[in-house]
Design a protein around this ligand. Structure first.
Ligand SMILES: [Zn+2]
Length: 181
């Protein structure tokens, strides 16, 4: 405990030092590098124009996707119901795959299903989505994946509204929205 006695002495020394340098401008450390990083620096496969298929290993995806996106896209996770701001959003625009930028749904095909997740009755195009039978959790469902990068998006059910009668029940975390200008 002896060293505690030195603290007032050291503080006084520091104070004196501060005063003698007080005329000098204070240099502030900034962390510009991180904040200036763009989406494409982190994720080189993201593109809203390219249509070539993206085939990366889970390890490679893990490096370029945020944790929450990775857990839905690659580990087929499900976000907590009611947690996505997209569920009730009325903004007009396009929803892209957050992992690769592939256009998936337009806001005019969005509807309030009350299921707890953003819901759509049709995708942007036939090739936007891949359909795969999913018999996990004792249910017979159809999984929907991104047509470009195979990210898990959610499931499609046949209890949707006209004109398709389909309900694409999608995790909001995997959606990247851009408003129509
Ligand atoms: Zn994708």
């Amino acid at each position: 405990m002896k060293y505690l006695l030195y603290i007032p002495f050291m503080a006084a020394c520091l104070l004196l030092q501060q005063c003698s340098f007080s005329q000098q401008p204070v240099k502030k450390e900034t962390n510009q590098k991180k904040t200036n990083m763009t989406e494409s620096d982190k994720n080189p496969v993201y593109s809203r124009q390219r249509t070539d298929k993206v085939t990366l290993t889970d390890e490679e995806w893990k490096k370029i996707l945020p944790d929450d996106v990775y857990s839905i896209a690659r580990l087929k996770g499900t976000e907590r119901p009611g947690s996505s701001p997209f569920e009730h959003s009325k903004d007009v625009g396009t929803f892209y795959c957050k992992a690769c930028g592939n256009p998936l749904f337009r806001s005019d095909a969005k509807f309030e299903s009350g299921c707890g997740w953003p819901s759509f009755y049709e995708p942007v195009s036939k090739t936007s989505i891949i359909y795969t039978p999913d018999n996990s959790h004792g249910m017979q469902r159809t999984e929907v994946q991104c047509g470009r990068c195979k990210a898990h998006l959610g499931h499609v059910f046949d209890d949707g509204p006209p004109p398709t009668g389909l309900r694409y029940c999608i995790n909001g975390v995997i959606l990247d929205f851009e408003k129509t200008k």
